[in-house]
Design a protein around this ligand. Structure first.
Ligand code: SF4
Length: 497
C-alpha cells in the first residue's frame, strides 16, 4: 500500500517509490532531526486539535491500517463530530492516508490538513490534499467530505492569550483537489509501471537526493559516485547538471575546459582536483585594511523563530534574539581580549534587555565584525523598529559592521575542504583548527535554537546547565571568528616575510 508521504516522495523520484515498495531493507534509518520544538509541525497540529477540541482520536498504533480505517468510518457513523487522525484506505486497497482532523460542519464533513507553513505551498500541498481526495472519491465519500487546508496566519500578532481562530487560516480547497485529479491519476499510472519493472528505474541523481534532507536511499543510490563529483559544485544549476548528463560526465576531472562554469565554480573545481588552497592576498589585504587599527568588536547573535509566538507583540516565525556574545580585542592577533555576553531569562520577552545590553557592550569604537552580516543587520533593524528610542544608536552600530564571510564568499581564500560552502562551521576547521566544537554540549545553531526555545520548560537546575552550554557555544563561534581573522592576517604576513 502506498501512503501519502510515499506518494509525495515518489512524485519527485520514481526510484524512491520502487525501493520503498520492493527493497526497503536498503533504506538508512532516520536520525532524529534537530528541528526546533516550537517550529515543529506536531506543536502546530496540537493547536489545531485545541481549536477543534473535544474530538475523538481514532489512531491507535497497536492496530492495523484496516482496523484504523474501520474505526474511522464507525466514528463518522456514530456520535463523533470531531475526529483526530482519521485513516482512509482506497477502495482498491492500494493507497491510504492518515489525516489530521475530520470535523462535522452541519451535514457535511471537513477533512482538515494542518500545515505549519504560512501559505499554501504549490504544488506540494495541493498534491497532498488531492491524494486524500482521490482516496475519498474511490470510497464515494467525496460526496460528504470537503478537503481543507489549515495553515498559519503570518500576520497574526499575539496580543494576550493565543487566539487560535485568528492564528490559523483555513481554506476549502476541494475545487483545487478536484482539478488535480487527472495529474494524480497519471502519476499513479507511472508509479505502477515503475513498480512492475524487474529493475530499479533509472533516474537522474541530483539535488532531490539531499535537498531538504538526505534521502533514506542516498547511500544505496550514490554508491560508486566519486567524492569529487559534479553535484558537489557550489551553486550548480540544473542546466549545468543537464549539460554534464548529456556528456555522460560525473567526475570533476572529466569536465571539459570549455564547460560553462562561473569563475567561482572553476576555482572550486580546480582546487578540489589539485587539493590546493587558493589565496588572493591582495584582496585579503584590502579587506583587512578596511578593519582599521582597532579595537575590533567580534559579535554573534543566537535567535529562534517559533511558529507559535511566545511574547506579546510578536508574530509566528518572528526571529527573536535571546543571546549574544561580544569579544573586544585591541587589534588583530592580540592574545588578550574582553568577553561580554547576554542570555535572556527563560520565559521572559528578551528583546528590550537584549538591545539595551548589546548597545552598552558595543559602545567601544571600532569595526564590529560578524559572520554573515545580513542576519545581524536584519535583526538590528527589526529591533530599531520595535524600539525607536534606540534607533540612532542601533544605526550607528550597523554602520560599523563588517562581514567576515566576505573573504570566503568572494573566494579571496578558498580551501578544497569548503566544497563550495562558506559557512563558519565549514571555514573554521581550515582556518582556525585550534578552536573545536567537539567538547561542547551544543555544537550547532539548530540545537542552540532548540534549547533557547525550550528553556522555559526546564527545571531551574537544567536551565543553569542549558545557559552555560549556550554561552559556551556562542562564545566558541565568536572565538572562531577571532582566530579566522588572525590566520587570514598571517597569510598576508607570510607574503611580506
Ligand atoms: S537517493 Fe535520489 S535517486 Fe535515490 S531514491 Fe533517493 S531521491 Fe531517488
Amino acid at each position: 500500500m502506498i501512503s501519502k508521504t510515499e506518494f509525495q516522495r515518489g512524485r519527485s523520484c520514481s526510484r524512491y517509490l520502487y525501493l520503498k515498495q520492493n527493497n526497503n531493507d536498503l533504506a538508512e534509518p532516520r536520525i532524529g532531526s534537530a528541528k526546533s520544538p516550537a517550529n515543529s509541525w506536531q506543536q502546530v497540529e496540537n493547536l489545531a486539535y485545541q481549536l477543534y477540541h473535544g474530538g475523538v482520536n481514532v489512531f491507535d498504533k497497536s492496530k492495523s491500517l484496516r482496523e484504523l480505517a474501520e474505526d474511522t468510518i464507525k466514528a463518522m457513523e456514530g456520535d463523533a463530530s470531531i475526529i483526530y487522525q482519521p485513516t482512509f484506505i482506497s477502495a482498491d486497497g492500494n493507497y491510504y492516508f492518515r489525516g489530521d482532523l475530520l470535523v462535522k460542519a452541519q451535514r457535511r464533513w471537513k477533512l482538515i490538513e494542518v500545515k505549519s507553513s504560512t501559505h499554501i505551498k504549490l504544488p506540494d500541498h495541493i498534491f497532498d490534499v488531492g491524494f486524500q481526495y482521490m482516496i475519498l472519491k474511490s470510497l464515494n465519500l467525496h460526496k460528504k467530505i470537503d478537503v481543507h487546508l489549515a495553515y498559519i496566519n503570518k500576520n497574526y500578532i499575539l496580543k494576550g492569550e493565543l487566539n487560535l481562530s485568528e492564528y490559523f487560516i483555513e481554506e476549502n480547497i476541494t475545487h483545487r483537489a478536484k482539478e488535480i485529479q487527472v495529474l494524480i491519476k497519471k502519476t499513479l499510472v507511472q508509479f505502477e509501471k515503475a513498480n512492475q519493472r524487474k529493475y530499479q528505474p533509472q533516474v537522474d541523481l541530483g539535488k532531490k537526493c539531499f535537498d531538504k534532507e538526505k534521502c533514506i536511499f542516498y547511500n544505496h543510490c550514490w554508491k560508486g559516485i566519486p567524492e569529487l563529483n559534479v553535484y558537489s559544485i557550489g551553486r550548480v544549476l540544473n542546466s549545468q547538471l543537464n549539460y554534464f548528463k548529456e556528456l555522460g560526465i560525473t567526475r570533476l576531472d572529466e569536465i571539459p575546459s570549455d564547460a560553462r562554469l562561473s569563475d567561482s565554480q572553476w576555482l572550486e573545481v580546480n582546487a578540489a582536483l589539485d587539493g590546493e588552497e587558493r589565496i588572493n592576498k591582495s584582496r585579503i589585504k584590502e579587506f583587512i585594511s578596511r578593519l582599521g587599527k582597532g579595537p575590533l568588536i567580534f559579535m554573534d547573535f543566537e535567535s529562534s523563530m517559533p511558529a507559535i509566538p511566545q511574547f506579546k507583540n510578536s508574530r509566528p516565525y518572528q526571529q527573536i534574539c535571546y543571546q549574544y556574545c561580544v569579544i573586544i580585542q585591541d587589534s588583530i592577533g592580540k592574545n588578550e581580549y574582553t568577553r561580554k555576553e547576554f542570555i535572556a531569562e527563560p520565559g521572559y520577552d528578551p528583546r528590550a534587555s537584549f538591545v539595551k545590553s548589546l548597545l552598552e557592550d558595543t559602545v567601544t569604537p571600532g569595526k564590529i565584525i560578524v559572520y554573515n552580516k545580513a542576519f545581524e543587520v536584519t535583526r538590528l533593524r527589526e529591533l530599531a523598529n520595535q524600539f525607536p528610542l534606540f534607533k540612532d544608536e542601533i544605526e550607528e552600530r550597523i554602520s560599523r559592521i563588517v562581514d567576515l564571510m566576505e573573504p570566503f564568499e568572494k573566494k579571496y581564500y578558498y580551501h578544497p575542504s569548503f566544497k563550495g560552502s562558506f559557512s563558519i562551521k565549514v571555514v573554521a576547521p581550515a582556518l582556525s583548527p585550534e578552536i573545536s566544537y567537539k567538547n561542547l554540549n551544543i555544537q550547532n545553531g539548530s540545537i542552540a535554537m532548540q534549547v533557547l526555545e525550550g528553556m522555559h520548560l526546564l527545571s531551574f537546575e537544567e536551565q543553569i546547565i542549558a545557559k552555560r552550554d549556550l554561552l559556551e557555544y556562542c562564545f566558541t563561534d565568536v572565538l572562531s571568528m577571532v582566530h579566522i581573522l588572525k590566520n587570514l592576517n598571517n597569510l598576508i604576513k607570510k607574503e611580506a616575510a
